[in-house]
Every structure is written in C-alpha cells, then in structure tokens.
Design a binder for this molecule. Structure first.
Ligand code: MN
Ligand code: MN
Length: 468
C-alpha cells in the first residue's frame, strides 16, 4: 500500500452525493424531486401540508386510528391533531415494547400572519396589518408577489378555506418598498431596522366605490368583495387564521437543474421525505412512526407543536389498540426503547458568505443528508446532544444502506445558532438526532436545496425505519 492509499484509508473526506449515484439513482432522484415540488406548491401552510399528507396516506392504505379498534403487524394508521399536526404509523412485527422508530419533521415555515383587525385604509389604498411568524429577515419580504392562505368562519359558522394568489388567473398581493431616490434615511439604517415590522402592510386594494356618507371608500369596496365571495365581515377576521406566503411556485434552479428553489424547504423538505419514507415501507421490524408538527419556528409551543402531549397520546392509543392495555410502565418501556430522527434542515455553506462557516464541520449542498449530533448556541445551549452510541448506530445504518451523509453544525461557534424539535423529543427519554437537508438562504422567501440531498434524506429515513 502506498502512503497515498494508506492516508486515504485512514482519513475522512466528505463525498459529493451526485458523484456517488448511478443512473438509476439519478432518475429516482429526479422523480422524487418532481413530486416534492408539487407537494411544495400544494402545501404552503401547516394545514395544507396535513391535508396533503392525509390524502397521500389514505391512498397508500393508511386508516384513521379513530376508526380502528384493534391493530396488528403490517397495519398502517394515522391520526390528525386539529388539522395542523399528523401522526402516522406502520405497525412492526416486533413487540411494541421493543420501541418505535420515529421520524419527526415540522410543517410550519416562517411567514407573515394577519393581525386580528388587519384591514385599514390609507391614501386611498386598502392594506392588511401583519405580524411576522418565525425568524425572518424582514427586508426580504417587500416587493415580492404574495398569496393569502387560511381559514375563516362565515356568517353561518362554516369554516371556509381561503387561497388567493396561487392560480395564474388570481391576483397577488405585495408589501411596497421605498424607491432608492427617497431612501437616504432607510439605507443608512441597520438591516434589522430598514423595514419595520409595523410597516409590513400588505396591499389589498385601491379602487374606491361611490358611497354616500362613507369616508373609507376603498376599505368599503374590499369589505363588500370579501362579503360577496366568502360571506364574511370585518369581525370574521378576528377569529380567522390567515397566512401571507410567497406566491411563486417551486422552480428548478441552475442550468443543470441541480437545485430546487422554493418557499418553505425548512422544513417541508424533511416533512415530504419523511412522509415518502413511511408511505414506501411495509412490515418493518420496529413500528415506524412519522410525525409532522406545527409551531417549530416559534419554539415548538402550542397544542400542535412538538412540546404538545399529542404524540404521547397517539403512542398510548396505538399501544392499547395493539396489546389491549397501556399502563404507564408499558408506555415508558415503549418510549425508552424508541429512537427519533429529528428531520430538520441544516445550514448549507454559502459561497457568498464563507466567513460564517467552519469548513470542516459545516454541511455542504450536494454532499448528502446532514446528521447533526447537536445544535444549540453559546456552548451547545438548548441542544439535546445525541450520545456516541446513537450517533454510531445511525451512521452505521446509513453506511450499510448506501446513504451519502455528512455531519453538520450551524456555522462557526458563537456565530449564532439555533434549535429544532430534538430537545423536546429527548425530554421524553428517547434517543434523538437531527438529520436533514442542508439549505441555502434559509428562512427566506426562496430557499434553495440540492436535489441529491433531498433524495439522500428520503433514503436515510427509509433506511432508519427498516434497519434499526
Ligand atoms: Mn426547521
Ligand atoms: Mn426554521
């Protein structure tokens, strides 16, 4: 053996996933990514993602657990929490006390929510007040086409789905920005202050109507349109949940179409690949679970977030329908023997901003799924930090199943940081590790991922389900 060969066998070098895939895998990747792009276009809110997941699950033979009284190996079930959070499972051949293989992703993405009294008129224009959701760079949201998605209750108390701005024939909405000619003061501000949250008002109309003794003639016109179309009034918006999201569709990026650009890769790229992973398996040894949660971007809070008791309640119900009972000890046994892939994205090294990354420990677009032992910030604060035994086990499963993977860490130490659902799942007392797709321009209206990484994430979740 030459020194060069010996060095190669002793040292580690990350691999570009595109170079590791054969022609069959390249075409499987293209097909998967094509379906993923359709999923992105249909699922721009957590509710829409749950609806898409339920449709796909039902088509693959999954039954609503509420309608099932007994379970046996091979059965496929799902359970929905308030339309925003879905639990899916494929019952394994091993006893459930041996634990579950869980992959969990989030389906909420940073966006602008409408306030409860959003509609007002100024300078003969009607606008909507917003309250941003999640960690956005506010300057990225003006001057792009926006769509309105959400639910509202009409005068009869019926829940109405609203979606405007996604069809080519639909109008879109926009937040206007200052022309450079008059932006002297704005341009000398810090980027965090250049666009103020209270100035992120969405333009919704500008055509006044003839109306006697009504001062706000544009607002009047918009209220009339809303009433005609949805049978709602201004007061209906107080209970509505309306999300403002980028209106553009997912697109191939690059002459070689190696990337996908879209709104919401964080974390629908992991949600979709987790979903596909569980849809595409039969008869695993351990019971496989996929859970898609809401509210990760604001701390996994709320009854549909990862800190909610929903997952534990669904596991308890599943255990009881499988074994006839579910004592606390029984449930504890199931949980302590379970393991979880916290399917969430990592930051890809950006050639335009190399200085924030540490080259040996960051993840790179195109180099496969990123496995992150820990996240957190300021000295691993708020990180679950997976143990060596589990990191080894997951790495071995990936290697044995042809998954191209890399390690990941969110930028240089003390540059910033972030968290995922991993810490909350770890609190239940199970092994958990973050595993997901590296993203460029994360939390922007047009995030970018490499197709090879999307494919490797799918392979990773499937390999985990079938081999742990
Ligand atoms: Mn995320
Ligand atoms: Mn995020």
């Amino acid at each position: 053996m030459t020194d060069k060969e010996l060095y190669k066998s002793l040292s580690y070098e990350r691999k570009n996933a595109y170079l590791e895939m054969d022609a069959d895998e390249h075409s499987a990747m293209k097909e998967l990514c094509c379906d993923y792009m359709k999923f992105l276009d249909k699922g721009k809110t957590e509710r829409e993602c749950v609806a898409e997941a339920e449709k796909a699950a039902a088509a693959a033979g999954f039954k609503n657990m509420n309608d099932v009284s007994e379970l046996k190996p091979g059965d496929k079930i799902y359970k929905i929490n308030r339309g925003k959070n879905i639990f899916m499972a494929v019952i394994g051949t091993e006893d459930i006390s041996c634990g579950l293989n869980i992959a969990g992703a989030h389906i909420d993405s940073p966006r602008l929510d409408l306030k409860q009294n959003p509609l007002y008129e100024s300078t003969d224009m009607a606008l909507l007040k917003t309250h941003y959701y999640g960690g956005i760079k506010k300057y990225q949201w003006p001057t792009i086409p926006l769509a309105i998605h959400g639910v509202v209750f009409n005068s009869k108390g019926e829940k109405i789905d609203i979606c405007i701005g996604e069809c080519d024939s639909d109008p879109v909405f926009v937040i206007t920005d200052l022309l450079p000619h008059l932006a002297k003061d704005q341009m000398s501000k810090k980027m965090t202050e250049g666009v103020a949250a209270e100035d992120m008002n969405v333009l919704i109309g500008g055509m006044p109507i003839e109306a006697e003794d009504v001062k706000e003639k544009v607002k009047f016109s918009i209220l009339k349109l809303l009433n005609e179309r949805y049978d709602i009034t201004e007061k209906s918006l107080q209970s509505a949940e309306i999300e403002i999201v980028p209106a553009q569709k997912a697109r191939n990026v690059g002459l070689d179409e190696s990337f996908i650009g879209a709104y919401g890769h964080d974390d629908r790229v992991c949600a979709y690949t987790t979903l596909r992973g569980i849809l595409d398996i039969d008869m695993p040894k351990k019971t496989a679970v996929a859970i898609l949660v809401d509210k990760e971007e604001i701390g996994s809070t709320g009854n549909t977030g990862a800190q909610s008791a929903f997952m534990m309640m669904a596991i308890a119900e599943m255990t009881e329908k499988l074994t006839g009972t579910c004592t606390v000890t029984q449930l504890n046994r199931v949980i302590e023997n379970s393991a979880c892939m916290s399917s969430d994205v990592s930051a890809a090294v950006d050639p335009n901003f190399l200085s924030v990354s540490e080259e040996r420990n960051s993840s790179y677009a195109g180099y496969g799924v990123a496995i992150m032992k820990y996240t957190g910030s300021r000295g691993k604060y708020d990180s679950s930090d997976a143990n060596a035994e589990f990191v080894y086990e997951i790495g071995r499963i990936m290697d044995e199943n042809g998954v191209i993977w890399q390690t990941g860490e969110l930028g240089k130490v003390d540059q910033g940081g972030g968290g995922t659902i991993a810490q909350y799942v770890a609190n239940l007392n199970m092994n958990v590790i973050d595993c997901g797709v590296p993203v460029l321009s994360m939390h922007s209206p047009f995030e970018v991922v490499a197709k090879s990484d999307v494919y490797m994430a799918y392979k990773a979740y499937k390999a985990f389900y079938m081999n742990r």
